[in-house]
Design a protein around this ligand. Sequence first.
Ligand SMILES: *Cc1c(COP(=O)(O)O)cnc(C)c1O
Length: 479
Amino acid sequence: MKSLDALEKIAKQLDPNREERRHIRTLIIQHTEKFLEKLPNGKAYSNPDKSNTLWDEDFLEEGSDPSQVVRLTSHQIDHDGINAASGFDMAYVPGGGVYTSALADYWSDITNLYSGVFFANPGAVRLENQVISWLSSLVSYPKTACGNLTSGGSIANLTAIITAREVTQLKAKDHVNCVIYLGKQTHHCVTKALKMAGLGEVILRYIELDSGYRMIPAQLEKQIKQDQLNGCIPWMIVASAGTTDTGAVDPLEAIGSIALKNKIWYHVDAAYGGFFLLTSTGKKLLKGIEAADSIVLDPHKSLFLPYGSGVILIKNGADMKKTFSDTAAYFQDFEINDMNVSPADLSIELTRPFRGLRMWLPLKIHGIAPFRAALNEKLILSKYFYEQILACGFQSSGPPQLTITTFWYPMDGGENNDFNKELIQNIQQEGQIFLSSTMIENRFVIRLCVLVFRTHKREIDIAIKNIVQHKDQLLETWQ
Ligand SMILES: *Cc1c(COP(=O)(O)O)cnc(C)c1O
């Protein structure tokens, strides 16, 4: 008991007073404000600072001056690599991270709201459920659908696969005969999820793609028939609503009717393209998505939220509850209301961040219109980029279906791949804009994805200029 006073005095450092809070908060606000102000003219990529020795410092028993800590930490983390908040980040599938969502995280972390079970915080759970219900209506799911906010698309895909495994009561002995149909461009997190779900032995059938890299329904149907004849179990079809490589959207409606006819679980990975359903172009492109048994969305991509937001929706909500709902003796106080399903009953997780508010707050404060406008803007900018880059002598595998354009500069004598590889390396090294690349049928292609909400016409024009300059420079020295 004698040591309590001393311990309390030290422990209380975890609870800074109003003045101390203001001091630390101001430091971080000042830093993030400076960061935001630099974005329009800053770089999208910086080479790692190899002389950075700060990583060698260990944690100490004694705390340090907050202004020192913020300064040194910001130097370590904000300067190297990709600037994923920049409107010049056009690599992979970016999003940007809207400010109001960050403030929602601040709010929910300070209040430490427990959003896992209804009993703990009915308001938080109702808020999340309303977000899920809005997302369900976005994909035209019935009221009986359920869903969960995850940390990202990978966990959402895993959740879908586990649900399907449980609902179809797949037995371990059947795994080797069990067939999953997917495309060559299906995101690798799907096959990873199969492994995580204990389904590493299933048969993967990559269905032939058309010239736009979309799954060919007739080929799918043919393969299913053949598998049925051979005594295999056609178990799941995974369609993509926007592949990461090219942004190709599979013919969701046609695949859906094949799945229905053959009683196969139909999963749509719309992690990239899902929120384009807010636009009429996207609605047409993703027509038939509601036929899916499970759908993945990634608000940290096409809803521009900061990283840490994925969504899994399951059409038959009861399936999801059956899969993930469990109980424990110490939960006896919780089961007071089954009208409001708890996130923990639909998730691998129990305790988790309050993920609803980071989507709710931006949608409430800004309304849906700016999100819709930004998505329509990105679709038009992508077409604009495609036309401009072709006019500059580049070639492409086709106009963007969503907001990814793949392109290359054509060279004589089989030097295409080498030239374009060096071109992207030069662009990345300079770092004004950041693009990525991929391989499509042995062709090295550069890809540009317009999806950061801060990417507007100015940024695209700068990108075009930058790409052409680098191409001209490389041509001069190329032999
Ligand atoms: C990004 C992406 C994923 C993976 O999602 P994470 O949020 O990165 O875990 C899955 N599928 C597609 C099509 C994606 O674009």
